[in-house]
Design a protein around this ligand. Structure first.
Ligand code: HEM
Ligand SMILES: [Cu+2]
Length: 556
């Protein structure tokens, strides 16, 4: 086919190709975006198991009133390490890793713009994880001050433990890594697209990685500065956040949430991207309102940096501030609602095919909307005052983080596993995984809304035997055990499918984006030839050469 454009444009020199069968070294020394992507995913899985075990320990301790499964000190370390691990070492590495793997393929490029920087980013995450987990072996154990490390608790003399110091150092390493991957993504997406892949034809997943990358580059430095100040306080006797010596504990909260709220969008926007790829393919329709899905992402990105103090309603910032932050937070519901509407409209009238990726994608919409609704509720300051620091909040953010980010991650794994490995995942095990997740997830977290409203505080080591508290907590713990089982099924599925899954072929789902135009797994150099790009669905155009270029609005 002479109309096809060769993948390596003349002005880009291909990197020296990795030799196959070099064993471990070919991975450790790799600068190939696909190998680095896979390593990110594996690291994320390992940390997921660790963070999951920590969650189980928490839930077992809370299974009945006045239980003494672990000590209060260890309990504090568990929830701190659990939250930190899940956010910085599970969801972020997964989403960044899947981006590193897919972005070059989706835009028809040979690799990321800066392959060595890419490798550095990955290894910094590992380095940060080792620093973080090393703290368990110090005399006083890991950090015990919660994932947002509020001052002055995290400051001397309140915490003389070494845990928070290792925590900060580990997260600083991850921060450098995130900024580097953000820059790498931005340059790659803006400069390495194949001819014809205009910005308005970018796959939505790439769009969301682009917006997320800008967020990374702008907000990680905020927290990195605060981390540096905290280190100065802890190690060199500075007092940025120590009120007794003229510092301000509230200042830490502004820094932390100035980063922390955009961070939740860093954890969800790429997940939106995954959903925006899966839903059209399994509905056999182009995405409804592409411009709105992309545009609302930009809107969310911009708004997300202006709402941080909704985490600080209980501080007493005053009515004007509370009113502003309430309204601004509620505004975010609009672009988010636009997305949900677009996904539902995409499914509407489509030929829906409920393979496992689609099951997780549809469940994502439902569970994420649940978390979003409680989110809009607590964006109202008076409602937040009632439930702040209670299990209602724990329920809320697990609906968005587990029911949102993690459900999308599962959808993405089932969807792209054939591309990554050349084999299909087992649909039977996939459905077991899915239904166990639905039952376990809702059992664990739904009931926590009620516990919260009944007054159970978050980060509580144990509780008195109030009416129903014991049984409701037990339900939540049993749910967590079911969730653990679902994760075992998922891991088992990966192992089984790697060894004996059905051969996938290039494009098992009949999808339309460029990553499906190459072999599974892709060759080291990604493509021999990239199909011409003259619309948003290059592989569909390839099969329908006579259709007009845009807007591809037909059901197929
Ligand atoms: C595997 C299933 C999970 C279970 C059973 C679980 C359970 C819990 C529980 C019971 C708490 C509250 C501890 C307390 O306040 O005393 C908690 C806190 C937390 N969880 Fe999870 N969780 C799970 C997955 C996740 C995931 C996937 C994420 C994020 C992506 C996450 C992020 C957090 C965060 C940020 C906290 C707050 C920690 C803090 O208060 O400092 N969890 N989790
Ligand atoms: Cu927020």
């Amino acid at each position: 086919m002479s109309s096809r454009i060769p993948i390596v444009p003349e002005n880009i020199k291909p990197l020296p190709l990795l030799k196959e069968n070099e064993g471990m070294l070919s991975w450790v020394a790799s600068v190939d975006h696909k190998q680095i992507g896979i390593m990110y995913l594996l690291a994320s899985m390992v940390f997921f198991v660790i963070g999951g075990i920590e969650a189980l320990v928490i839930r077992i301790q809370l299974a009945q009133p006045e239980f003494g499964f672990i000590s209060p000190e260890v309990y504090n370390q568990m929830f701190t390490m659990h939250g930190t691990t899940m956010i910085f070492f599970v969801v972020m590495p997964f989403l960044i890793g899947v981006g590193v793997y897919l972005v070059p393929l989706m835009i028809g490029a040979r690799d990321m713009a800066f392959p060595r920087l890419n490798a550095l980013s990955f290894w910094l995450v590992i380095f940060g994880g080792i620093l973080l987990y090393y703290s368990f072996f110090t005399q006083s154990g890991a950090s015990e001050v919660g994932w947002f490390a509020y001052a002055p608790l995290s400051e001397k003399p309140f915490s003389l433990n070494k845990g928070p110091t290792y925590w900060v150092l580990g997260l600083l390493a991850v921060g450098i890594s995130s900024v580097a991957s953000g820059l790498n993504n931005i340059v790659t997406i803006l400069t390495m697209r194949i001819k014809g892949m205009t910005i308005r034809r970018l796959p939505l997943f790439v769009w969301m990685i682009l917006v997320t990358s800008f967020l990374l580059v702008f907000v990680i430095p905020v927290i990195a500065s605060a981390f540096s100040m905290m280190l100065l306080d802890r190690l060199l006797g500075a007092t940025f956040f120590t009120p007794a010596h003229g510092g301000s504990a509230i200042l830490w909260q502004h820094f932390f949430w100035g980063f922390g709220h955009p961070e939740v969008y860093i954890l969800i926007l790429p997940a939106f991207g995954i959903i925006s790829e899966v839903i059209p393919v399994f509905s056999r329709k182009p995405i409804f309102g592409y411009e709105f899905v992309a545009g609302s992402t930009v809107a969310i990105g911009l708004l997300s940096v202006g709402v941080w103090a909704h985490h600080m309603f209980a501080v007493g910032l005053g009515n004007v501030a509370n009113l502003y932050f309430s309204l601004a937070s509620m505004l975010i519901a609009i672009p988010t609602g636009v997305k949900v509407l677009n996904w539902v409209a995409t499914m509407w009238g489509g030929k829906i095919y409920f393979a496992t990726p689609m099951l997780f994608a549809v469940a994502f919409i439902i569970e994420f909307v649940m978390g979003g609704l409680t989110g809009v509720a607590i964006a109202s300051a008076p409602i937040d005052w009632v439930v702040t620091d209670s299990y209602f909040i724990v329920a809320h953010f697990h609906y968005v983080l587990y029911g949102g980010s993690l459900f999308a991650i599962f959808a993405g794994v089932y969807y792209w596993f054939p591309k990554f490995t050349g084999r299909m995942m087992s649909e039977t095990l996939g459905k077991w995984h899915f239904w166990l997740t639905i039952v376990g997830f809702n059992m664990t977290f739904f009931i926590q809304h009620f516990l919260g409203v009944m007054g159970m505080p978050r980060r509580t080591y144990t509780y008195q035997d109030f009416p129903y508290w014991g049984s409701m907590n037990l339900v939540s713990t049993i749910g967590a055990l079911i969730l653990a089982l679902s994760i075992l099924v998922f891991i088992w599925n990966i192992f089984v499918s790697l060894r004996s899954g059905k051969e996938a072929g290039n494009n098992p789902w009949h999808a339309w984006t460029l990553e499906w135009a190459t072999s599974s797994p892709p060759a080291v150099h990604n493509f021999d030839l990239v199909p011409p790009v003259r619309g948003r669905r290059p592989l569909w155009d390839l099969e329908h050469p006579d259709t007009p270029d845009e807007p591809n609005a037909k059901v197929v």
